[in-house]
Design a protein around this ligand. Structure first.
Ligand SMILES: NC(=O)c1cnc(N)c2cc(Br)sc12
Length: 324
């Protein structure tokens, strides 16, 4: 066989340094929305890495930032079993029902006051992301909750999804992949020009994109992410959902900035009223608020049914007339 070519040490070092640097600037730009270099400087770094990986293909790794531009056409998606089922949420539609939820929670816990975390319910596609020693290894759709589709190659093209965490953790997290409204509008204009039917809404556009077998096409569309859930949070010393959200941000995920820690259900209702009106300020669609008991020990006591947790519920916004 071909003799294993010796790769100069300085090349290996330059490739590793470029990767770290590029992923750091990705994090600054797409997660913190606070870049510290210009696009030209970023492109120069990326072009240099692409050039070195072309000269030394054996250096390419699945979590290299060059994998974000796609370029594979997949045969299909493998099925993957979720580590723990991805549950859905029961719904409530008005203040009376959310107060009933609070009463049930307090009764089961035998607690007079229960803290909640209120989080915007993103109208997108649920996703599970797995990392081994800090490196991205799997992106899976929810599917039927027990099994989903391995859409890793497509997820890699989503700039706000880190390919390497800021800590070398082996962890699974969950969240939502969504299409920003202005990207949704641009894409539908493009489809009209191509004589293709427009997507009905950003959720369908995100779902349709994530199911594409041509990864370059996925990379050409601006999908984004919000991560809001740590699988087995006790393994990372986390005691509450509020801590979990800070932890997710610290290790490199994009976390929705509008979540609120509520000391009781009244504050949840105030949050819901506020965002029922303010949601049009957002550049993504939301269809309600997810209300979660904050303490993980209380979540454990409350448990879950086969379909949904008893410690969380969706507090939906009133359905509007069909949105334009
Ligand atoms: N913040 C959250 O927990 C959240 C946000 N957006 C969503 N579409 C969902 C769905 C489930 Br299930 S949880 C959740």
């Amino acid at each position: 066989g071909e003799k294993m070519r010796q790769i100069p040490k300085e090349v290996i070092e330059e490739v590793e340094r470029l990767r770290e640097e590029i992923e750091y600037h990705n994090y600054r730009y797409y997660v913190l929305n606070d870049p510290v270099i210009t696009d030209e400087e970023y492109d120069r770094l990326m072009r240099r890495l692409i050039e070195l990986e072309r000269m030394y293909p054996e250096l390419v790794t699945p979590d290299s930032p060059t994998q974000r531009v796609g370029g594979k056409v997949l045969e299909g998606f493998k099925t993957v079993k979720h580590s723990v089922p991805m549950l859905s949420l029961d719904n409530t539609y008005n203040e009376e029902e959310i107060i009933e939820f609070d009463k049930r929670v307090k009764k089961t816990l035998q607690e007079s006051e229960v803290e909640y975390v209120a989080e915007l319910k993103i109208d997108g596609v649920s996703i599970a992301l797995r990392y081994e020693n800090g490196r991205f290894v799997l992106g899976a759709t929810r599917g039927d909750g027990v099994e989903g589709e391995d859409v890793s190659e497509n997820v890699k093209t989503i700039r706000s999804v880190p390919l390497r965490l800021r800590k070398p953790l082996t962890i699974e997290v969950r969240g939502e992949i969504y299409m920003p409204v202005d990207e949704f509008k641009r894409l539908n204009e493009e489809r009209e020009e191509e004589g293709l039917p427009p997507f009905a809404n950003p959720r369908n556009a995100a779902a349709g994109t994530l199911r594409q077998l041509n990864t370059a096409l996925v990379a050409s569309r601006r999908l984004d992410s919000f991560i809001y859930y740590v699988v087995h949070p006790e393994n990372y010393g986390l005691k509450t959902q509020w801590e979990a959200l800070q932890f997710l941000k610290e290790i490199g995920f994009k976390v929705n900035p509008h979540s609120r820690l509520c000391k009781n259900i009244q504050e949840v209702i105030e949050y819901w009223r506020e965002w029922k009106e303010r949601k049009r300020e957002l550049d993504y669609w939301v269809d309600g608020v997810v209300v979660k008991v904050n303490r993980f020990d209380f979540q454990k006591v409350l448990g879950e049914t086969s379909k949904a947790p008893r410690w969380a519920i969706a507090f939906k916004f009133p359905a509007e007339q069909a949105r334009t």
